[in-house]
Design a protein around this ligand. Structure first.
Ligand code: ADP
Ligand code: MG
Ligand code: MG
Length: 530
């Protein structure tokens, strides 16, 4: 979907230094008061006593209303698409497995797939999967073409910033009501700041999983990383579950779970002991395992860490996500979806999904219109099949040559999450020279999205010590929109219970290739619909 170009070069409005300082004070004080927070950098004490506000932008960023609505609309289709991928074992084995897929050359993916395959062979105790998703987009502005949204990636594990995203939307709305933003722009009015209720949306997703498990007194397990700084984004979800759904949670790391988690060999019930709780049985039944961890290889430093992951997976608790759903979120899957006929396999096949499970050609094409060109580095001339001859001979196949020739307009991505793993533009040729031929299969090439130029914002990052001031820095920026969704699916029924549940904007300096708030590249932002 596309829309007419809009003038963003006037953004952000100019402010006098006095106005800027006053707004910054309003904003940072609101952030600190309303839990738009991060823990301090460095080693985390067991009980933290201080926090800083998360990095954020002073103004919401302009975004075409129509394209925002497109993103929200197609999220429903994406929810179903990724649910069906996760249920298609044949497809995931082929694309991500260790015989023909990425798992052959990528140890992390191979470990996850092998563990999952073994559990499948034993027989799974729980056939439901729960997904909390985030589909990320950039605006694409080719000259002579209308502006469009293009997908950066689709995340199926540990999607973050839902809660802080709601808080920054509320902050921008507060600045509008309390200061009128000094009447500095006619576009800054309440109807252009869309509501953002992602906290209740994501909590609802988790509650849907918990209710499907349906055992009184059971709790949701949050699997978290040691030393996590982004805890408030997780805590808001925890408080919402308690206040709106009367659901209690337990937070533990893989290391803690190695000692505290037990799966009954007959019933497959997952129980976790929790030293802070007084409970008659000494341990608590888990309804849903919610991962805010487990997506990076360095989180599995020993075989025992994988064993803990597989122990949880073996249980009859509902996993958010299952290993299958985590694998479905791989960048390789995103690339394969762009190949001819693959979307049709998942969205247009009446034999598999029934008459009611079919999407219209228009819906499929609208989704496909968000794809950039992608291919595997291991492919031959037809760009669809692996080029085994050239790989085994170490020669350069077509996919690799194309990546070398078009390097200036590409990003290369491995099967990793969490930021900082991609190779961009000029760095590509040297990287390709150093990449062992057998590892090519683990990488995809993707055309770079070209965001519109000329838009700016004031970015505010907290100092980490008392003496540091909190000056707002004006910068040319690029904004990445994320749309959240949840899906519960699997078991007997073909039905996917799903919903679009909110959005996120992360804004980065225009010259930074990477995004990511946790990695320090981006700040949290919200939308000004134009
Ligand atoms: P991760 O799973 O590590 O977040 P992403 O695929 O989101 O990996 O890539 C990280 C960042 O790189 C994105 O947030 C975006 O800023 C940038 N990026 C990724 N793909 C593209 C692309 N095709 N065009 C432009 N920028 C991209
Ligand atoms: Mg990303
Ligand atoms: Mg990702």
């Amino acid at each position: 979907m596309t829309t007419e170009p809009f003038d963003i070069s006037s953004w952000p409005p100019s402010l006098t230094p006095i106005q800027l300082e006053a707004l910054t004070l309003y904003a940072t004080t609101y952030a600190l008061s309303h839990g738009l927070l991060y823990l301090l950098p460095g080693p985390q004490p067991a009980i933290p006593s201080a926090a800083i506000h998360a990095p954020f932008s002073l103004f919401p960023s302009p975004f075409p209303r129509k394209l925002f609505e497109t993103g929200k609309r197609i999220q429903r289709t994406y929810n179903v698409l990724y649910a069906r991928i996760a249920m298609d074992e044949e497809f995931l084995d082929r694309v991500m497995g260790t015989k023909t897929g990425v798992g052959k050359v990528d140890d992390f993916i191979g470990q996850l797939w092998t563990g999952w395959k073994q559990l499948r062979d034993e027989g799974l105790a729980q056939h439901l999967h729960l997904g909390l998703f985030r589909s990320d987009y950039l605006l694409h502005a080719l000259s002579n073409q209308p502006l469009s949204i293009k997908q950066v990636e689709f995340n199926t594990i540990s999607v973050s910033f839902a809660c802080l995203s709601q808080r920054i939307s509320e902050l921008h709305r507060y600045l509008l009501s309390s200061t009128q933003y000094y009447n500095c722009s006619p576009q800054l009015k309440p109807e252009n700041l869309p509501p953002n209720r992602t906290i209740s949306g994501l909590a609802e997703g988790l509650a849907v999983g918990h209710k499907a498990y349906n055992v009184q007194g059971s709790r949701i397990l949050f699997v978290v990383q040691p030393g996590e700084r982004n805890v408030f984004d997780q805590r808001w979800l925890e408080y919402e579950l308690l206040e709106q759904h009367s659901i209690l949670i337990i937070r533990q790391t893989f290391e803690e779970l190695a000692h505290s988690a037990i799966v009954d060999p007959h019933t497959y019930i997952l129980r976790v002991s929790c030293s802070t709780d007084i409970h008659p049985s000494g341990s608590i039944e888990i309804s849903t395992v919610y991962y805010r961890a487990g997506y990076m290889p360095n989180e599995y430093p020993t075989p025992a860490h994988y064993a803990t992951r597989f122990l949880l997976e073996r249980s009859k608790a509902i996993k958010c996500p299952t290993i299958a759903l985590q694998l479905a979120g791989g960048k390789k899957v995103q690339e394969v979806l762009a190949q001819p006929g693959v979307l049709e396999r998942f969205l247009r096949d009446e034999k598999r999904y029934g008459k009611d499970g079919i999407f219209s050609e228009h819906e499929v094409n609208e989704l496909r219109s968000t794809f950039m060109a992608m291919w595997g580095l291991d492919v031959g001339e037809d760009l669809l099949t692996a080029d085994y001859d050239s790989i085994s001979s170490g020669k350069e196949g077509f996919g690799l040559l194309k990546a070398r020739n078009d390097a200036h307009a590409l990003v290369l991505k491995p099967q990793r999450e969490g930021g900082g793993n991609n190779v961009y533009k000029e760095a590509i040729p040297a990287f390709l020279n150093s990449l062992p031929p057998q590892e090519r299969q683990a990488w995809i090439a993707m055309e770079l999205i070209i965001p519109p130029e000329g838009t700016g914002n004031y970015l505010i990052r907290a100092g980490t010590i008392q003496a540091e001031s909190q000056a707002a820095v004006k910068a040319d920026v690029v904004s990445e929109l994320g749309i959240f969704g949840y899906a519960l699916f699997g078991g007997e029924s073909r039905e996917v219970k799903e919903k679009e549940v909110g959005w996120l904007v992360r804004t980065k300096g225009k010259d930074s290739d990477e995004g990511g708030v946790a990695t320090g590249f981006s700040v949290l932002d919200s939308l000004l619909l134009v």
